[in-house]
Design a protein around this ligand. Structure first.
Ligand code: SF4
Length: 363
């Protein structure tokens, strides 16, 4: 079932200079494992019994001062044991079983390390054929989507990148290419992923409208402080028309919206930039998710160890309220009235500067 689409040579990107490949033996022996091995020939192989239990990488507070180096130099491969699609609500109908988790980029507000702990490099799953087989059966079981919703009027939307960034995952293996190819043949479903990285190799995949790419956007000044190691905002905007022309549905995530002095002016400029730089084909199918920033007490404390300046923007107790999450961690988000005003203002700004942009949801 897997395709032979070739991703770019990872050595060409400073994001991934892999020196250690931590591998479950079964994953390493698989065809996908061998492909990944071949892409990082200089990496030392370290066999591990479980991709979840690598003391040197996870839950190790000592890694705070090596935060970005671990993301660059370590890659983990494993076999995904339990496969399930979880119901979702706002952005997609379902969360697909992950192809990977972790990320080589290092956004200061990223929630992914909340689950995995500390440095959080990419773990890639090699049993892609099983994941695609599972998804195909899941899609068929849903049948047609008879009631439109905010995710999509016609298709069941599956988020394929909840715990990673698929554009960077596509540098590591053909997992993303295989899924984009699989969704081409599922007319009742659509893949969807948010991204902060422009990987132009994805333009070669011929998605035929069955994959939605959501470019995440925020004002350039915020991104420089918070979106560490990602593609510049101007590059993400410049890629939009090319992805539409290549057959992707392209939406934008206006997220996270960080409230700070001057935020309204900065977002107005960003929306104007989006309007100026994109063509009619994009605008005719565009939609947006708006997500105001949430943060987390543990992550705040970790960030103080490697990127304290970001916390001046993210940690604003005078504007925020705590909320105990299901996993027992304290998340913080803007107070209800602050958040409601922020959401309303962003929608006004869209009306003024990008009136063609339909808002799928604001949260
Ligand atoms: S790109 Fe996404 S997954 Fe990667 S660090 Fe940023 S928020 Fe996290």
């Amino acid at each position: 079932m897997t395709t032979s689409v070739t991703a770019p040579a990872p050595a060409a990107t400073p994001l991934l200079q892999v020196r250690r490949l931590w591998a479950e033996p079964e994953a390493l022996a698989s065809a996908r494992g061998q492909q990944i091995r071949a892409r990082f020939p200089a990496a030392e192989i370290v066999e591990v019994p479980s991709h979840w239990q690598i003391e040197e990488l996870y839950g190790n507070a000592g890694n705070v001062d090596r935060w970005v180096r671990v993301k660059t130099e370590d890659l983990v491969m494993g076999v995904k044991k339990s496969l399930s699609a979880r119901p979702n609500s706002r952005s997609s109908d379902w969360i697909a079983p992950s192809l990977s988790n972790g990320c080589a980029m290092a956004c200061a507000y990223c929630y992914v390390p909340r689950r995995k702990g500390y440095a959080n490099p990419i773990t890639v799953f090699t049993n892609i054929d099983k994941i695609i087989g599972y998804l195909g059966r899941h899609v068929r079981r849903q049948g047609d989507k008879v009631e439109p919703n905010q995710c999509d009027p016609l298709a069941w939307v599956y988020d394929i990148g909840e715990n990673s960034d698929c554009s960077v995952d596509a540098l590591v293996s053909d997992n993303v290419a295989d899924l984009v190819t699989a969704f081409r043949d599922w007319p009742t479903a659509k893949a969807s992923f948010a991204t902060k990285y422009v990987n132009r190799q994805l333009l070669e995949l011929d998605p035929r409208g069955r994959t939605r790419v959501r470019f995440s956007l925020m004002p350039e000044a915020d991104a420089k402080m918070l979106d560490i190691r990602t593609s510049p905002i101007r590059d993400r905007i410049a890629a939009i028309d090319d992805f539409v022309a290549a057959g992707y549905e392209v939406h934008v995530n206006l997220s996270p919206v960080v409230l700070r002095d001057g935020w309204e002016q900065a977002w107005a400029e960003l929306l104007q930039q989006l309007d100026d730089a994109t063509g009619d084909a994009f605008k005719a199918q565009a939609a947006a998710e708006i997500i105001l920033m949430t943060h987390n007490r543990q992550l705040h404390e970790v960030n103080l160890g490697w990127h304290p300046k970001a916390e001046d923007l993210l940690w604003r107790p005078e504007l925020q309220q705590p909320k105990l999450s299901q996993n027992g961690q304290w998340n913080v988000r803007y107070r209800n009235n602050v958040k409601a005003q922020g959401v309303a203002r962003i929608q006004e700004l869209i009306g003024e500067h990008a009136p063609w942009l339909r808002v799928r949801y604001a949260f």
